[in-house]
Ligand binder design. Structure first.
Ligand code: HPA
Length: 247
């Protein structure tokens, strides 16, 4: 099978609206089970595969996602490129709730996750280049598609990947800001590096759900608010990807 585009849906995106003639695939991988079935189908006249990163009922927390199995499953189904849709908190002042960002850099603060396919007995050790963690041509495709859909997105920004599942302290976010992070999320890594190891073009569509701790006016971050903002930003995703597939 050849899949024109695979989408890994994050919080708030558990199925892909408008996917037609769909079929489900349970894929065994050498790394164990993926977060759930991969659903393939037709969208915008092309073949699309969708996988819910946290499972279709949001039961898999960020630190327990089997990122290797997820990427392996999409690759083995014939995916030619992958978009990760990620809920994030905004650190930069212009990255408030409902803003959509196509980041261009990552700082990884996660720990204890499997970050490489060579982390198995006897596998060849590879030190891949990760200077540019996202595939620039795919980032451009996303930005151009959003422009065609008349949806505003911010081009570039540094995604800080935290361990979760808790949100961060104000001090942690202040440190991340000093480090140069513009966004914070829990699932951007190791997904991006595993895609690179498989030589799968990969880019991220980051949906801002809230201002990160200490960056907005609120004393506390409300989960209800996060999901309300996410629902609004998520609604734009199929239109952006429809334009990407048509171009
Ligand atoms: N921090 C980390 N991940 C997130 C946040 C946040 O504030 N909002 C949505 N995902």
């Amino acid at each position: 099978m050849s899949i024109d585009l695979a989408v890994i849906g994050g919080s708030g995106l558990y199925n892909f609206p408008g996917l037609e003639n769909s079929s489900r695939h349970r894929i065994d991988t050498p790394f164990g089970a993926a977060s759930g079935d991969v659903v393939t189908g037709d969208f915008a006249g092309r073949k699309l595969a969708f996988l819910a990163r946290h499972g279709e009922s949001h039961t898999v927390p960020p630190h327990r996602v089997n990122y290797r199995a997820n990427l392996w499953a999409l690759h083995s189904l014939g995916a030619r490129k992958v978009i990760g849709v990620n809920a994030v908190g905004g650190i930069r002042a212009d990255m408030g709730p409902r803003v959509i960002v196509v980041p261009d850099q990552i700082i990884d603060y996660t720990h204890g996750r499997y970050t490489s396919f060579c982390d198995v007995e006897g596998a060849e050790v590879r030190h891949i280049d990760f200077s540019e963690p996202y595939t620039e041509s795919l980032r451009r495709e996303l930005i151009d598609a959003a422009a065609k859909a008349d949806i505003a997105v911010i081009d570039g920004g540094c995604y800080g990947a935290t361990q979760g599942p808790r949100l961060e302290t104000r001090a942690e976010i202040a440190r991340m800001k000093r480090d140069g992070c513009d966004l914070v999320g829990m699932t951007g890594m190791p997904e991006a590096v595993l895609a690179r190891e498989l030589e799968l073009p990969y880019a991220c569509l980051a949906l801002v759900a809230n201002f990160a701790a200490g960056c907005g006016d609120e004393a506390e971050i409300s989960i209800e608010e996060i999901f309300a903002h996410l629902a609004a930003a998520t609604a734009e995703v199929p239109r952006i990807l429809g334009h990407l597939l048509k171009s």
